[in-house]
Design a protein around this ligand. Structure first.
Ligand SMILES: Cc1ncc(COP(=O)(O)O)c(C=O)c1O
Length: 491
């Protein structure tokens, strides 16, 4: 067992009046080992230091340590010291899973809001075909590490010049240039506010733009993360159907013409994967202008398009400052980076930056500076090109493998974009039944009915392919076939 010297002093409860020093010290050390405060392998200080630290005699310490050793809680070896053993604490008779009444009183209704699907369905490590995971093994971590080391060696000279509230300015310049050239976004660095990711952007935008009962158009099916953000401010979500051309603007106008805003994923609709047609884009912008509504354009993975030329962002067509464009580096680099951006129309810049400041006074300037160098030195563009090829290959393997193993059971969409694809069930199972049977085979697919607001179950599954190599994809498909080819058990 690896032994570690704890550099922290163990806190012991104070001794009650009727306890002897020995029974107090014994009881305290024993419970520290049982409840894991003294982790397996944690080395105890030498008895002399220990005695000084807790103001007891060395004799008391030695006798307590000897007793704990004889009972198996500690191991001691001359020349190596004394360390805690792994001891399983007896499980409490019954663990309560319901929230106690006093906690229910304390917490707000926020807690009752919808939870991300990830909490609902999957436990344990990452298995094929979990969505939302880029391949971290392919990330050029050595380059990143070199840049981070160089930045940290000199941080006294640059970190004191804190960026303005919108985030590290050179990074905002770099992002503005990237968005202008790659996505056609019309923006300057002044319009960009850095956030921790799209989810934070949505949360702040919901608070800035919506109050209780305000109606907002939502794609149906659509992205649950947006639903969480708008629901937490009590907005009324108006389900607007999506078909092969994206959100149906005419249906939205029929259902709720005076909504305050709309949330859309035009480049690669989540979860159906379709691209919003130019006609629909124009119709959406015309409606937004007439209704005085905002449009949030979530551009979460548009960098990955494996055929045809990508349509420029919806924002590029907007002449009336209706569109707020949001994106992040979660899919292009890695989600734990937590750097995203919001491109705001001029009148909203200060309001948004002010709200962001109220929830977090500072920026993660260090990470932002490393990312800035990574982009400016050309590594970002290079990484993107490489990953685009890799992911295109993985999608091709998935499509070909699905033909071979799942023909007649799951029909994979022919959209070639993103890090996930959608498969339509052809075996009379509901999305949720298929998700459950797949999980029993160790396969993570997402039931698309988790993304619906009102419409019936599309009987479809999302399959992420980005984070899995050829072998994992092929093995995953065989298992998925095993799950989907089971006779309908009427679950
Ligand atoms: C449609 C959509 N928007 C946003 C996000 C989340 O982005 P971020 O990690 O930047 O919060 C995801 C993540 O999978 C997504 O699918």
């Amino acid at each position: 067992m690896p032994k570690t010297v704890s550099s922290f002093e163990l806190t012991l409860n104070s001794r009650s009046r009727h306890q002897t020093l020995t029974s107090w010290l014994y009881g305290e050390l024993r419970s520290a080992i049982l409840d894991g405060r003294l982790a397996p392998g944690a080395r105890l200080p030498a008895s002399r230091d220990f005695a000084r630290q807790y103001e007891v005699s060395r004799g008391t310490v030695v006798s307590v340590l000897e007793r704990l050793q004889s009972e198996g809680y500690l191991t001691s070896r001359v020349g190596f010291g004394t360390w805690a053993n792994r001891v399983e604490a007896p499980k409490p008779a019954r663990q309560s899973i319901s929230t106690p009444a006093y906690v229910r009183r304390l917490i707000s209704t926020y807690k009752q809001r919808p939870q991300p699907w990830v909490d609902l369905a999957f436990v344990g490590g990452i298995h094929p075909f979990r969505i939302g995971v880029p391949d971290l093994k392919e990330f050029p971590s050595e380059v990143w590490g070199r840049i981070a080391a160089a930045r940290s060696r000199k941080f006294r000279s640059w970190l004191k010049n804190e960026a303005d509230r919108r985030g590290y300015l050179p990074l905002r310049y770099a992002i503005a240039e990237y968005l202008r050239t790659s996505r056609g976004v019309r923006c300057t660095a002044e319009q960009i506010v850095l956030v921790s990711g799209i989810q934070q952007a949505l949360d702040l935008l919901a608070r800035l733009l919506l109050k209780r009962n305000d109606p907002i158009w939502m794609e149906d099916p659509g992205y649950f993360g947006a639903r969480i953000a708008f629901d937490s401010v009590g907005a009324t979500m108006i389900p607007v159907p999506v078909n092969a051309e994206g959100l149906s603007v005419s249906a939205g106008i029929k259902i709720c013409p005076d909504a305050k805003g709309a949330y859309v994923t035009p480049a690669h609709q989540f979860p159906l994967g379709v691209t919003m047609s130019l006609e629909r884009r124009m119709a959406l912008l015309r409606w937004a202008q007439r209704a005085g509504a905002f449009v949030i354009e979530d551009d979460y993975d548009s960098e990955y398009r494996f055929e045809g030329t990508p349509l420029p962002a919806l924002q590029s067509l907007d002449n009336h400052s209706s569109v707020i464009f949001i994106g992040s580096f979660s899919k292009t680099l890695f989600p734990a980076l937590r750097v995203g951006y919001v491109v705001l129309p001029e009148p909203l810049i200060d309001l948004f930056a002010g709200l962001r400041y109220r929830t977090d006074f500072r920026n993660s300037s260090f990470d932002q500076a490393v990312l800035c160098d990574f982009i400016v030195d050309g590594h970002f563009g290079r990484h993107l090109r490489r990953m685009r090829n890799l992911y295109a290959g993985r999608l091709a393997i998935l499509m070909e493998g699905a033909q071979q193993h799942l023909d007649g059971f799951l029909e994979i969409s022919n959209v070639r974009a993103g890090l996930y694809t959608i498969g339509y069930l052809k075996n009379r199972m509901s999305s949720r039944q298929a998700e459950k049977l797949a999980l029993a085979q160790g396969i993570e697919v997402l039931a698309v009915d988790r993304c619906i607001l009102k419409r019936p179950d599309p009987k479809a599954l999302l399959l992420g392919f980005g984070g899995f190599d050829e072998l994992a994809i092929r093995r995953g498909l065989i298992r998925l076939a095993r799950a989907l080819k089971q006779p309908d058990r009427g679950m």
